[in-house]
Design a protein around this ligand. Sequence first.
Ligand SMILES: [Zn+2]
Length: 64
Amino acid sequence: MMIPVRCFTCGKVVSEHYEEFQARAQAGDEDPQKVLDDLGVNRHCCRRMMVSHADLVDVVSPYQ
Ligand SMILES: [Zn+2]
C-alpha cells in the first residue's frame, strides 16, 4: 500500500520524504544511509518506515 504519513512509533511525518528517498536510493549512485541522513530522517524508527516499505498500491488498487 502507500507509505503511512507518519512514523508508527514517534509520529514524525515521513511520507513527505518517500518519493525523493526512492528516487535517490534506486538510482544506485547514493548510499540509502546517506540519503536518509541528508533528508533529516535520523531516528531508527523513522528510517525503518522508509527502508522496509513495500509499495503495493499499484498491485492492489484494481481489486477494490
Ligand atoms: Zn519515528
